[in-house]
Design a protein around this ligand. Structure first.
Ligand code: PRP
Length: 176
């Protein structure tokens, strides 16, 4: 299933089956690491909504779910600054927190959210990202759990978007 986005045909780079297999693997890793710890998975809206939904069901141990949302008010695709639109609703002090991102690009978002979540005095913090895009890093922050490392291109699908289009594509695509 594809459709034109911004006048371009998205090119598949990771199929829905490949994503499912990798998410299952991540779920097993996380369950092994967090068994008995009742972690809080904090998804970053909107992009992580599909990844979080799939990942949560592959973590076969007790876990809780929360969300944050930030909006960038910089120009174009760069983050000139970030505004917190939705804050976590679960008290995170003393909890094992896993920030769940669909994609790391400049990493400004995950760095901002890491600072926010660490300020809540969690018992531990980890970053889990489905996609780790290396080319535009601006901040030195590394994910503890990564689905796929990718190098170039504008990504759409599986939650990620181009001007809100493409989030419902089941695979990961590049707009060439
Ligand atoms: C995207 C993506 C990540 C963030 C990564 O969100 O979902 O949260 O950008 O970019 P960064 O590493 O350069 O900070 P976006 O701001 O596009 O909002 P969305 O999730 O609502 O699509």
């Amino acid at each position: 299933m594809t459709y034109e986005i911004a006048g371009k045909n998205p090119r598949l780079i990771i199929s829905a089956d490949e994503i499912a297999a990798r998410v299952q693997g991540l779920g097993k890793e996380l369950a092994a690491a967090y068994e008995g710890k009742n972690p809080v998975l904090v998804g970053v809206l909107k992009g992580s909504f599909i990844f979080l939904a799939d990942l949560a069901r592959e973590i076969r141990c007790e876990a809780e779910i929360d969300f944050v949302q930030v909006s960038s008010y910089g120009e174009g695709t760069s983050h000139g600054g970030l505004e917190l639109l939705m804050r976590p609703s679960i008290p995170l002090s003393g909890r094992h927190v896993i920030l769940v991102e669909d994609i790391l690009d400049t990493r400004v978002t995950s760095s901002f959210l890491q600072d926010l979540l660490l300020s809540k005095s969690p018992a531990s913090f980890a970053l889990c990202a489905l996609l780790d895009k290396r080319e535009r890093r601006e901040v030195e922050i590394e994910a503890d759990y990564v689905g796929f490392t990718i190098e170039t291109g504008f990504i759409v699908g599986y939650g990620t978007d181009y001007a809100e289009a493409g989030r419902n594509l089941p695979g990961i695509y590049v707009l060439d």
